[in-house]
Design a protein around this ligand. Structure first.
Ligand SMILES: Cc1cc2nc3c(=O)[nH]c(=O)nc-3n(C[C@H](O)[C@H](O)[C@H](O)COP(=O)(O)OP(=O)(O)OC[C@H]3O[C@@H](n4cnc5c(N)ncnc54)[C@H](O)[C@@H]3O)c2cc1C
Length: 287
């Protein structure tokens, strides 16, 4: 339960951080809130020789509106997502999802950047980023690039980030005013990762679904964007037969592992149940 030894670095700017990450090579890891990395180090599942603490870099904190997008600094904490009034008005799904993460102690320190960069299929934010069409701003010593969340997740703990790169911000297009949203997470107890979870946003026009997007958490090696399920829901009044069909389409793309949250078949089924619940709640909230 004691991590291996490591050197600790605390840069004050993105330029300083990416220079350290480039110079120290693949033995260096960014440290954000530490609520995923430190437990992994204590279990010796991660043994970085250098930790580059991003906590002093002011330019990667905070939430701002930019055109039709919301741009959130990677070091913004999950707690800050919950209490930001502007965000609650424009992107209430982020508040609802952040509230489903762990407990207040974790959320005070855990960051959005750490949650999306970690690559753990159990993290709640990545599926939300997929279905909202978010983009990650990535910096390295050699320059900057942007990666669509939908191209970012390649396998459990494998992402499109290359050595020396760090996420600096998350850019999210603001969904239309009046949209309905819901994040439904089945968990065994407070603080648990999802047995299965589903995120939905939708808009209604004359009682029918005009637009719909659906994401799934912890039912595959990566977060999932359930495009087919959303297509089935679109154009409907979300009658029982359509919801059943959409839930089945979502289940069909899952491949959960059997673990102490239940057998694979149960977790697959629960993905569909979460989709049905999230569709109903999002519909009830849409203007
Ligand atoms: C008891 C407990 C329960 C939890 N339950 C949940 C839960 O239900 N849902 C959930 O989503 N999470 C849960 N978590 C995890 C928590 O949300 C973490 O805070 C989050 O996964 C990682 O964010 P962090 O800021 O702590 O990152 P860290 O732990 O510091 O980093 C995580 C990984 O991301 C990398 N990284 C961090 N920031 C960057 C960056 N800007 N650029 C590139 N790489 C970066 C690190 O190198 C590391 O590999 C739980 C944690 C605990 C301890």
């Amino acid at each position: 339960m004691i991590p291996g030894s490591f050197a600790y670095h605390r840069p004050k700017s993105i330029a300083e951080a990416v220079a350290l990450l480039a110079d120290l090579g693949d033995q260096a890891r960014p440290l954000a809130g530490g609520h995923s990395l430190i437990p992994m180090m204590k279990l010796r599942l991660a043994m970085p020789e250098h930790l580059v603490d991003l906590g002093r870099i002011a330019e990667i904190k905070g939430i701002r509106a930019e055109g039709g997008d919301i741009v959130i600094g990677a070091m913004t904490t999950q707690h800050e997502l919950i209490v930001d009034a502007g965000l609650a008005g424009k992107l209430p799904i982020l508040r609802e999802t952040a509230l489903a993460i762990a407990d207040p102690q974790v959320r005070y320190v855990g960051t959005l950047g750490g949650n999306v960069a970690n690559g753990d299929p159990g993290n709640d934010m990545p599926a939300v980023m997929l279905f909202l069409g978010a983009t990650y701003h990535v910096a390295a010593k050699r320059g900057e690039r942007r990666i669509a969340a939908r191209d970012f997740y390649q396998g459990a703990y494998f992402t499109a980030l290359e050595p020396g790169e760090m996420v600096t911000a998350i850019r999210i297009p603001v969904p239309p005013a009046g949209h309905g949203h819901a994040y439904e997470k089945l968990k065994r107890k407070i603080g648990d990762y999802a047995t299965a979870a589903a995120a939905v946003i939708l808009t209604l026009k004359q009682g029918r679904v005009a637009t719909c997007s659906i994401g799934l958490t912890n039912v595959s090696e990566t977060p999932l964007w359930a495009e087919e399920a959303a297509k089935i829901a679109t154009g409907s009044t979300l009658d029982a037969a359509t919801v059943k069909k959409a839930a089945a389409a979502a289940e069909a793309i899952t491949s959960p592992a059997a673990d102490n949250r239940g057998p694979a078949a149960y977790r697959k089924k629960m993905a569909g149940v979460m989709v049905a619940r999230a569709l109903a709640r999002a519909q009830s909230r849409a203007a």
